[in-house]
Design a protein around this ligand. Structure first.
Ligand SMILES: Nc1ncnc2c1ncn2[C@@H]1O[C@H](COP(=O)(O)OP(=O)(O)O)[C@@H](O)[C@H]1O
Ligand SMILES: [Mg+2]
Length: 313
């Protein structure tokens, strides 16, 4: 549905996007992650034909963004960063305007607008001018505009930015509901959002892709991946920690107070191996009283840090 081929954007001599290539299939929600200034918005603007690449190209449902920009625009819904729109129009006027541009006749217009007002819960705000709306409602108007023509591809630039937790949740649910029939790219710098919503993530740093994989795959890069964390009421004896370290595949064990009155022991594997069952059987042999024990998936913030901050001053 989306195919990006060595797309590059220079602003003067500044290389904002550096030969980026990737693909997105139907049913995928691709998270675009990166620090501020990494090139996320610039890439999205090129895919939605808002700016022209310096070199490289992309196609949306098989239509080239350079050769067939009108067809591309017909097939995408684009929510730009901070959802700009005409502030002095009412919601209803604005959606009417968008529906006219999209070329719907009067009856179809009415159907579409009614439908999308329902989907984005804009009933109450229908006759209010956009400048009087709260941030959350403005974002819904941006969504309504992007979804009105039911496009197969959605490009959403920080769709939950500035929303409160309830609104974030609503927007995430809406995105997930729509995802089966569409290919969706969304940018975010909220790592939990990416883990909660996206089927795959691309991390971009200084204009270049530095990682491309499912959230679970990215977590495997964490130094905490497969560390076994155990919580106990009393501090484990040194002799127990010694026994743990003697287990095959175990590199080390360290205990600290966990803050909730419990003691937290982290048992670190060699080469991120899965050591949970060996650890558990030793603990049951030794009849250690455990409050909690689990295998860590890894920490996304650490993965993100290592990929985007490494070697920088
Ligand atoms: N119109 C522009 N002119 C010059 N530089 C720009 C322009 N737009 C963006 N940039 C620069 O390009 C880089 C990437 O910006 P952007 O794509 O907005 O990043 P992101 O969305 O990842 O935060 C930044 O360093 C930004 O300052
Ligand atoms: Mg941006």
């Amino acid at each position: 549905m989306i195919e990006v081929n060595q797309i590059t954007k220079k602003y003067g001599s500044y290389l904002a996007v550096d030969s980026v290539s990737f693909q997105v299939e139907k049913g995928e929600i691709l998270g675009f992650l990166g620090p501020n200034g990494a090139g996320k918005s610039t890439t999205m603007k090129m895919l939605s034909c808002f700016i022209t690449p310096t070199s490289g190209t992309a196609s949306i449902v098989g239509k080239d963004i350079l050769k067939d920009p009108l067809a591309v625009r017909q097939n995408i819904g684009y929510l730009p960063e901070s959802a700009p729109s005409y502030q002095n129009m009412t919601v209803s006027e604005f959606l009417n305007f968008v529906a006219s541009i999209r070329g719907f006749d009067d009856r179809e217009k009415e159907n579409r607008i009614e439908g999308i007002i329902g989907v984005t819960s804009l009933e109450e705000a229908r006759y209010q001018t956009i400048d009087t709306l709260s941030k959350g409602y403005k974002q819904r108007v941006g969504f309504a505009q992007a979804l009105l023509h039911d496009p197969p591809v959605l490009i959403l630039d920080e769709p939950t930015d500035g929303l409160d937790p309830n609104q974030k949740r609503e927007v995430r649910n809406l995105i997930k509901q729509m995802s089966r029939e569409k290919a969706i790219i969304l940018s975010t710098h909220i790592l939990e959002e990416m883990e909660a919503v996206c089927t795959r993530a691309i991390i971009i740093d200084r204009g270049k892709i530095v990682a491309n994989g499912s959230p679970a795959d990215l977590l495997k890069e964490s130094n905490m991946h497969n560390v076994v964390t155990m919580k106990t009421k009393s501090s484990p004896d040194q002799s127990l920690n010694d026994l743990l370290v003697e287990l095959p595949g175990v590199a080390g064990a360290e205990t600290e107070e966990s803050g909730d009155g419990l003691f937290l022991t982290r048992i670190k594997p060699e080469n991120k191996a899965d050591i949970l069952s060996e650890v558990k059987s030793l603990l049951s042999d030794k009849k250690v009283d455990i409050e909690e024990i689990y295998r860590e998936k890894g920490f996304m913030d650490e993965v993100f840090w290592n990929l985007t901050h490494g070697g920088r001053n």
